[in-house]
Design a binder for this molecule. Structure first.
Ligand code: DHB
Ligand code: FE
Length: 280
């Protein structure tokens, strides 16, 4: 039987990808950030998952205002790299896991979550930066990826509760696949940041740390945070945090926190990172 064994959340700031690609991770500015991921890289190298589900958001790379799926599940065999801003990162193409992805699509849609099925999609920093933070700079990514792309760019994004419950449906889907697969799920984006208008540069460490505590110890409370609170407390792009609830919902309620890292700033963003393992 397939099984979700662990989950991790991490920010996806594009400048982190540039620092990795240009060999600047040891600079004074970047070193404290990357030091917090050393344990994580060792952890996942030891764990050797068969597949990673990456919950992330697209930044007008694969989608635009012409087409705004709330939840888009990648069912393809491969995803090419692309990006806005700095352009496509020099990282390997991402291999998919169509069997697991189609199984999740079937199970979750029959559970009344109306996902969009995507067979051709480019992936941007929202997905590649988390892979780089966790897997470093390999010639090929060590395992296939099932991308789940969430709209957090154009109002209205899904609620935290909807994301949390989708995580539960994904967990049920994975557990019903008759194949030995050890699955890890990443929730990406956040933490507090605002890239636009009068409050550009906003960081709220108090909110972020409370969010990490609640995600760990009271995930239903964290999932109930309304959009307006993210906007007020974590800035307009802080809404990316709803994606972390998909990851948390896919884990056991009593999953154990095994690592945490919080660092300000990376570019305009507060970087948060947390890892959970299911007990069994
Ligand atoms: C930044 C952060 C993001 O999440 C993003 O998608 C783009 C830029 C930043 O902090 O610069
Ligand atoms: Fe982003």
């Amino acid at each position: 039987m397939a099984e979700i064994i662990a989950g991790a959340a991490m920010s996806h700031v594009p400048a982190i990808g540039v620092a990795i690609d240009q060999g600047n991770t040891g600079d004074d500015y970047w070193k404290p950030l990357f030091d917090g991921f050393e344990k994580s890289r060792q952890w996942i190298a030891d764990l050797k998952p068969d597949v990673v589900i990456v919950v992330y958001n697209d930044h007008a790379t694969a989608f635009s205002l012409e087409l705004i799926p709330t939840f888009a599940l990648g069912c393809a065999a491969e995803y090419q790299i692309a990006d806005e801003g700095w352009g496509a990162r020099p990282v390997p193409a991402v291999k998919g896991q169509p069997e697991l992805a189609w199984h999740i699509a079937q199970s979750v849609i029959l559970d009344e979550f109306d996902l969009t099925i995507v067979n051709d999609m480019e992936v941007d920093h929202g997905l590649t930066v988390p892979l780089s933070l966790m897997f470093g700079q390999p010639d090929a990514w060590p395992c296939p990826v099932v991308p789940l792309c969430v709209n957090v760019v154009q109002y209205p994004p899904p609620t935290g509760n909807r994301c949390y419950n989708l995580g539960k449906a994904i967990r049920k889907a994975v557990q019903s696949l008759d194949k030995d697969l050890r699955v890890v799920i990443f929730g990406t984006g956040g933490m507090s940041h605002q890239l636009q208008a009068e409050r550009a540069g906003l960081i709220n460490a108090e909110f972020d740390n409370q969010f990490l505590d609640d995600l760990a110890n009271n995930p239903k409370k964290a999932a109930a945070i309304p959009h307006v609170e993210y906007l007020r407390e974590a800035g307009s792009e802080g809404i990316e945090l709803v994606m972390w609830h998909v990851m948390r919902g896919a884990l056991d309620d009593d999953a154990v926190e095994i690592h945490r890292h919080y660092h300000v700033p990376a570019s305009n963003t507060a970087v948060g990172h947390i890892i959970f393992e299911n007990k069994r």
